[in-house]
Design a binder for this molecule. Structure first.
Ligand SMILES: *Cc1c(COP(=O)(O)O)cnc(C)c1O
Length: 363
């Protein structure tokens, strides 16, 4: 069997370190907003290249609090994509603002930056690019437009821990970067977790309060906040895993390169890494005309694949009532063609060969 993710193998590699770190938290008897979180916030933000890191409960909360901290709400518009995980867009709607959907670049699967300008109105406040599948969006174009029109940029880097754009790690390029530590992400907790990064002190302080009941100190509440903190156990786990991230990402890149060469003769289109980008291959997504048949045939070989995502956000039931009658031709076309092949740092060369062979016989 070839599994989609390798979380058990990951644990086997680092079990001793993890157990020691988690036991340390148990013995210390301090579970929320302590030294592990503070250290991890410093280590992760340094890794990304930003001044501040704010640990939260999830990637969804990171996005939600980022939009809120920028004061974006009723009457405002935020430009983003429909081809993403739902939370990207939820963060806009839950703050009372309106998402303006843009199509994606068919090669990178990220926002089609060339179309941003024509969607800007007097109400536009921000752009949320998503570095989907671990592949950086076109940040140079996005940052130029944001500067010209005085817009904020929130990067959804939930699938791109460690990916680089022009040598700079994504999440650290816009005003705010948001990360998820959902277990299967390139950097994942043993439960839920997330992080917001920024260079802006004022925003950092605001988000630090927001995640903790709007509270700068005990019994003082400056505004209505939430309870969304990354707990000490998860922070201790993530500190260990962060040390392995670059190695694990390098393994993913090796596997992607192996797929690239093995699949080059088949009637499928592989992912494209642009000139400025260093992709960390959270997912290895191909396009194939007979996607559903291929997925079934691979499953018969016990090869597990997934689809990210079969239904774009603007077609989801939750969004139908909001009246999005937009046409997003690339988004709507590729959701019937994309297939995420198994990729994780513990996938052996022979496994990749097995997947490629099975695809060859299926197509
Ligand atoms: C995983 C993910 C999120 C949400 O993160 P959670 O930690 O699951 O809340 C948001 N955006 C993208 C692109 C993601 O992949």
């Amino acid at each position: 069997m070839i599994e989609f993710a390798g979380l058990q193998q990951q644990y086997n590699e680092i079990a001793d370190q993890i157990e020691q770190a988690v036991n340390g938290v148990f013995k210390g008897g301090w579970f929320i907003l302590g030294r592990e979180l503070e250290n991890f916030e410093n280590e992760f933000s340094r890794y990304i290249g930003t001044k501040f890191g704010i640990g939260v409960n999830s990637g969804s909360d990171a996005l939600l609090l980022a939009v809120q901290a920028l004061g974006i709400g009723e009457g405002d518009e935020v430009i983003t994509v429909s081809h993403t995980f739902i939370s990207t867009v939820d963060s806009i709607v839950r703050n009372g603002a309106r998402p303006v959907f843009l199509d994606i670049d068919p090669e990178t699967f990220c926002i089609d930056a060339a179309q941003i300008e024509k969607k800007i109105t007097k109400k536009t406040r921000a752009i949320i690019p998503v570095h989907l599948y671990g592949n950086p969006a076109d940040m140079m174009t996005i940052m130029e437009i944001a500067e010209n029109y005085n817009l904020y940029v929130i990067e959804d880097a939930s699938q791109a821990h460690g990916a680089k754009y022009k040598g700079k790690r994504v999440g650290g390029i816009g005003d705010i970067g948001c990360f998820s530590f959902y277990p299967a992400k390139n950097l994942g907790a043993y439960g839920d977790g997330g992080m917001i990064v920024t260079d802006n002190l004022e925003l950092a302080e605001k988000m630090r309060k927001l995640r903790n009941y709007g509270q700068p100190e005990k019994n003082r509440h400056d505004f209505v906040g939430v309870n969304s903190r990354l707990d000490e156990i998860q922070a201790a786990v993530l500190r260990i895993k962060l040390k392995h991230l670059d190695n694990w990402n390098a393994k993913r890149r090796q596997i992607a390169a192996q797929y690239d060469s093995l699949l080059s003769e088949l009637p499928v289109v592989g992912p494209v890494e642009t000139e400025f980008a260093e992709d960390v291959y959270h997912l290895y997504v191909i396009k194939c005309q007979q996607r559903d048949a291929l997925q079934q045939k691979l499953l018969r070989h016990d090869i597990h694949t997934q689809i990210h995502y079969p239904v774009p956000v603007h077609k989801q039931k939750a969004y139908l009532d909001l009246g999005f009658d937009v046409k997003l031709p690339v988004t709507e076309q590729i959701c019937g063609e994309i297939l995420s092949l198994p990729i994780h740092p513990w996938l052996a060369e022979a496994d990749v060969q097995t997947v490629a062979d099975a695809m060859k016989s299926a197509l």
